[in-house]
Design a protein around this ligand. Structure first.
Ligand code: ES4
Ligand code: ZN
Length: 324
């Protein structure tokens, strides 16, 4: 099974680039930019990655991003992720970034997007890896701040395919961002949102109905509504599921408890993704290995999951045909 997973060309649809910042690079950047981090060794950092829920992770994740200052920093982080894609045979990736995590600290939108984009261009040139960029609004901030970010992004529209919604889900429902998603849609952006990670079924339904999203990030709580399950199946709305993330953030107690096999067997359009691989113990292939080690996934299931990612990617029909 491992050989099959390794050999299959894969696509990734749910990856926060800030979540690919490995402790080693975090130390290097903290030195380079003279920014203090609250750890002495890489081991100490890894020991701190012991989460109880989404918020306990986000606190540490936003602190880690403080070492990112220059365009070169964003380039280096993105390039390291690309090397992992190469290693795992990920041939297409759609990466999230959180502009507000950086603009709030006085880093220019331009610095962030150009560093990421140049690394992705190099990935295409050197390895043929194709990619898209999706910017996410931080849902713990206001809709007004999301509007500011959307306005800033318009100058880089050519390089940003879509808009997403991430950060603290509970207490920050989709409705809070209804207007800004409407504007993003009018501007021609594709729309996605984290929904049903920790939030209940209503977060998924509202993300679909109020925000008009085309893919659901996580979505594993859908299992609690038969009506929603049927809708997701009928409309084949993609769910970008992140197994390692769900275990590390205690959405499920362990891999054997994960519901991905049930979701897949029901006929939903399920994909496998790594979310924040530097924080959640592994990149794309490791997510598949952990599933296969603990759940009765067949060879056909693995192939289905991989095909679903290409089917659900924001790529042209021509490229889809090539990849499928
Ligand atoms: C995230 Cl796992 C997860 N959930 C919500 N927001 C996030 N940002 C980065 N990782
Ligand atoms: Zn995520």
């Amino acid at each position: 099974m491992k050989d099959l997973i390794k050999a299959l060309p894969k696509a990734e649809l749910h990856l926060h680039i800030e979540g690919s910042l490995e402790p080693e690079l975090m130390f290097e950047l903290s030195k380079r930019n003279n920014i203090k981090i609250p750890y002495k060794t890489v081991e100490e950092v890894k020991a701190a990655y012991n989460f109880t829920n989404l918020q306990s992770f986000l606190d540490i994740y936003y602190a880690g991003a403080n070492v990112l200052i220059t365009k070169q920093d964003f380039y280096d982080m993105t390039w390291e992720y690309i090397l992992k894609c190469k290693e795992d045979n990920v041939i297409h990736t759609e990466i999230f970034f959180d502009p507000q995590t950086h603009t709030q600290r006085g880093i220019a939108f331009e610095t962030v997007i150009s560093g990421i984009k140049e690394a992705l261009d190099e990935a295409k040139k050197q390895f043929g890896i194709t990619s898209e960029i999706i910017m996410c609004f931080l849902r713990h901030l206001s809709q007004e701040e999301a509007f500011e970010t959307l306005n800033q992004s318009l100058a880089y529209k050519n390089n940003i395919i879509g808009v997403g919604l991430d950060s603290s889900e509970l207490g920050n429902p989709p409705k809070k961002f209804e207007e800004v998603f409407k504007k993003a849609k009018n501007e021609g952006f594709k729309l996605v949102a984290h929904a049903g990670e920790e939030g209940d079924v209503s977060y998924i339904e509202d993300a679909l109905d109020l925000l008009q999203i085309q893919r659901i990030d996580h979505g594993v709580q859908a299992i609690n509504s038969e009506t929603l399950m049927k809708r997701l199946k009928d409309e084949q709305i993609p769910l970008t599921v992140c197994p390692n993330s769900n275990i590390e953030l205690k959405v499920f107690e362990n891999y054997k408890e994960h519901n991905i096999k049930e979701l897949l067997d029901f006929g939903l359009n399920i994909t496998v993704n790594s979310d924040d691989p530097a924080y959640f113990k592994g990149y794309m292939n490791q997510n598949f290995y952990n599933l296969c080690d603990n759940l009765p996934l067949s060879k056909e299931d693995i192939i289905k999951l991989v095909k679903n990612s290409f089917k659900s990617a924001f790529i042209s029909d021509k490229l889809k045909e090539e990849y499928l």
